[in-house]
Design a protein. Structure first.
Length: 215
């Protein structure tokens, strides 16, 4: 599968030199004169990708652009490449989620290593995002009452406790619980709890309690 590097730098000579090097190294390169140009284009992120980003640019700075991408929920990892780096810049960028922060001039191997790590991170993030989307879709099949039962079941409550809390019969709860298991495509309470944990629907306390009860 083709790997794509989205290179954003206001210096045409830098874009040209790095573009030629990366293409010769087997990457597809999409170049942009500014962060604004990137945001205006319809960027296809279907292939394994990353962003190679200058820090100091007219308009949006690299850090401001990074903050916008985070706000938009982008999974694309960022490798900063700047001619005027500092410890403060590096710390700010890394705290905001940058994959790496390189200072010009940079060796070809160092640049390729940073891009490789960034693309590997993108693949992991995309796989995890796809998995979470699938889990949310399964949970989305539940009716409001089934969702209530799901939340109480993963907290470790017994059918009779859930029935009392929801003002219904234990037999009805058993039926709801069966439908929850079918719709979420799980065969055990442990799998159901795992889904809840991955979707952030289960507190640490509840998780520990269930594990303790199952021992």
């Amino acid at each position: 599968m083709t790997t794509v590097v989205h290179h954003i730098d206001d210096d045409a000579s830098v874009r040209g030199a790095i573009g030629r090097f990366l293409k010769a190294s087997g990457h597809e390169v999409q170049s942009y004169r500014s962060a604004g140009e990137f945001l205006k284009r319809r960027v296809d992120v279907g292939n394994p990708s990353c962003i190679l980003l200058d820090y100091q640019m007219p308009g949006l700075t690299g850090l401001e652009f990074q903050e916008q991408l985070v706000h938009l929920g982008s999974l694309l990892p960022i490798v900063f490449l700047t001619g005027h780096g500092s410890i403060r810049m590096t710390v700010q960028a890394m705290k905001a989620g940058a994959e790496d922060f390189l200072t010009k001039p940079v060796s070809g191997n160092e640049l390729l290593d940073a891009i490789r790590h960034a693309i590997e991170k993108y693949m992991v993030s995309r796989e995890r995002n796809t998995e979470l989307h699938s889990l949310r879709r399964r949970i989305g099949r539940l009716t409001p009452r089934e969702s209530q039962v799901f939340e109480l079941v993963v907290q470790g409550k017994l059918n009779k406790q859930i029935a009392y809390e929801l003002g219904t019969t234990e037999r009805t709860i058993k039926a709801h619980r069966h439908r929850v298991m079918n719709k979420t495509q799980v065969r055990s309470l442990a799998e159901l709890v795992s889904i809840a944990e991955r979707l952030g629907k289960l507190s640490t306390f509840s998780s520990a309690k269930i594990a303790e009860e199952q021992e």
